[in-house]
Design a binder for this molecule. Structure first.
Ligand SMILES: Nc1ncnc2c1ncn2[C@@H]1O[C@H](COP(=O)(O)OP(=O)(O)OP(=O)(O)O)[C@@H](O)[C@H]1O
Length: 283
């Protein structure tokens, strides 16, 4: 098995149709139907957004459910980043509504979205480079000891929490927990960020291109961790333009093209060739 890097700029339709990457299986899992009465953790309803003369999103709707991975797919410029910025409180939509756990919601900022249980891992900001592995995992909820104003980090408890978070995700961390973020690989960074979201029980985990800059083997490991977060009960939105990665873990797929929804599918309704054709047709 080689650890060759993938081309992060590769457009999905440049993938050789029907070929297989080294270690990613487009597994034919049994996909459960969504129970008719279940309420999405996050629902976007007819969202539109423009930037001056540029129309980024037109009437886009999607639903992300607990215990399911929704892959949000689309070519460069399709509107994926704009949509997740709206879902995670970076800016509001011009039109349309977000519903979080059934209730209309308007996040004032990303901090508010985070407090409500929306954990977003942006590609380049997965970890703080100057903080240790432990500090990265407990970030924002550091256990403290001491009395009155003399409080400081309870490092022993923090290490225990970090170890437990990594264990829950199935990460075998063989180096020190005091390793700085700057010294760990891209794949490990994504996995740490997933561990943090899982450990603090976010309801929705949004991952922005978590595998795009990774070598094949690392990408496979990160996809396993994403599947684990789903199996742990989180709703996951996975943004990618790698169809293989999406098909290997997703339960549901939403395809964007030129700011509009080109289709919603359940994983067992669509194959790689169909996705490739669809994007080639609408791009
Ligand atoms: N801040 C902004 N100002 C002006 N135009 C923007 C801004 N952000 C996005 N756009 C435009 O909106 C459209 C959608 O961009 P967006 O980044 O959401 O697409 P994307 O699917 O995430 O693409 P990529 O995969 O290349 O990141 C593009 O035409 C883009 O140029």
């Amino acid at each position: 098995m080689t650890d060759k890097p993938m081309d992060p700029q590769a457009a999905p339709r440049s993938l050789p149709v029907g070929s297989r990457s080294d270690d990613l299986e487009l597994a034919q899992r049994v996909i459960q139907p969504i129970p008719p009465d279940s309420v999405p953790v996050m629902e976007a309803v007819n969202i539109s957004k423009g930037f001056g003369a540029t129309t980024a999103l037109v009437d886009v709707s999607l639903k992300a459910y607990q215990g399911r991975i929704l892959a949000l797919l689309g070519d460069n410029g399709a509107g994926k980043s704009t949509l997740i910025k709206i879902l995670s409180g970076v800016f509001p939509p011009d039109q349309g509504e977000l519903r979080f756990q059934g209730e209309p919601v308007r996040f004032a900022n990303p901090g508010e979205a985070r407090q409500r249980g929306v954990a977003t891992v942006f590609q380049d900001l997965a970890v703080c480079e100057l903080l240790s592995v432990t500090r990265n995992i407990v970030l924002g909820r550091e256990p403290q000891k001491g009395v009155g104003p003399f409080k400081f980090l309870d490092l022993k408890r923090a290490d225990t929490m970090a170890r437990s978070a990594l264990h829950k995700l199935g990460v075998r961390w063989e180096r020190g927990l005091d390793e700085r973020g700057i010294n760990i690989s891209g794949g490990e960074r994504q996995s740490l960020a997933i561990a943090r979201a899982m450990f603090f029980g976010s309801a929705l985990l949004i991952l922005d291109e978590p595998t795009s800059a990774l070598a094949v083997r690392q990408a496979g490991r990160v996809l396993e961790h994403i599947a684990k977060a789903r199996d742990d009960g989180q709703a996951v939105i996975l943004i990618t333009h790698n169809f293989r990665h999406a098909l290997s873990v997703a339960d549901d797929l939403t395809v964007l093209a030129q700011g509009r929804v080109a289709g919603h599918f359940r994983r067992d309704e669509i194959e790689l060739d169909d996705l490739t054709d669809l994007v080639a047709r609408v791009a």
